[in-house]
Design a protein around this ligand. Structure first.
Ligand code: SF4
Ligand code: SF4
Length: 112
């Protein structure tokens, strides 16, 4: 599984934080910070938009680094992703992502 698939199966390469980071695009950082602040009713600043993926080496957003319950659970159990977990199909934690995203589930089941 490529390194830029997150613990939950989402493709980090499609995330604006990732795109802004690899292109060092400050305008996209600004736009993403504004959008995410609105969506999450939180104060997300431009400097937080710096992320190379939650399973990759390198910078991560504060959310990916220490708040995401899916990533915390995966790390606690010593897994690489939720695809390693026997509870995947019935799990409410990762279900919030894969329930509405068949591509993420397919990524988790892709063992290559
Ligand atoms: S930080 Fe959480 S939601 Fe984001 S890609 Fe990683 S596991 Fe998925
Ligand atoms: S319990 Fe859920 S969130 Fe935790 S590793 Fe298993 S599938 Fe992922």
């Amino acid at each position: 599984m490529k390194e830029t698939v997150g613990c939950c199966g989402l493709d980090c390469e499609r995330c604006d934080a990732y795109v802004a980071t690899v292109n060092d695009d400050d305008a996209l950082r600004e736009k993403t910070a504004e959008l995410w602040s609105e969506m999450n009713h939180a104060s997300i600043t431009k400097s937080m938009i710096d992320c190379l993926g939650c399973r990759a080496d390198g910078p991560k957003t504060p959310y990916c680094e220490s708040l995401c319950e899916i990533r915390k659970c995966v790390r606690r159990k010593g897994f690489d992703t939720c695809g390693d977990c026997d509870e995947l199909e019935g799990c409410e934690t990762v279900g919030m992502v894969i329930g509405g995203n068949p591509d993420a589930l397919a990524n988790l089941k892709d063992r290559d």
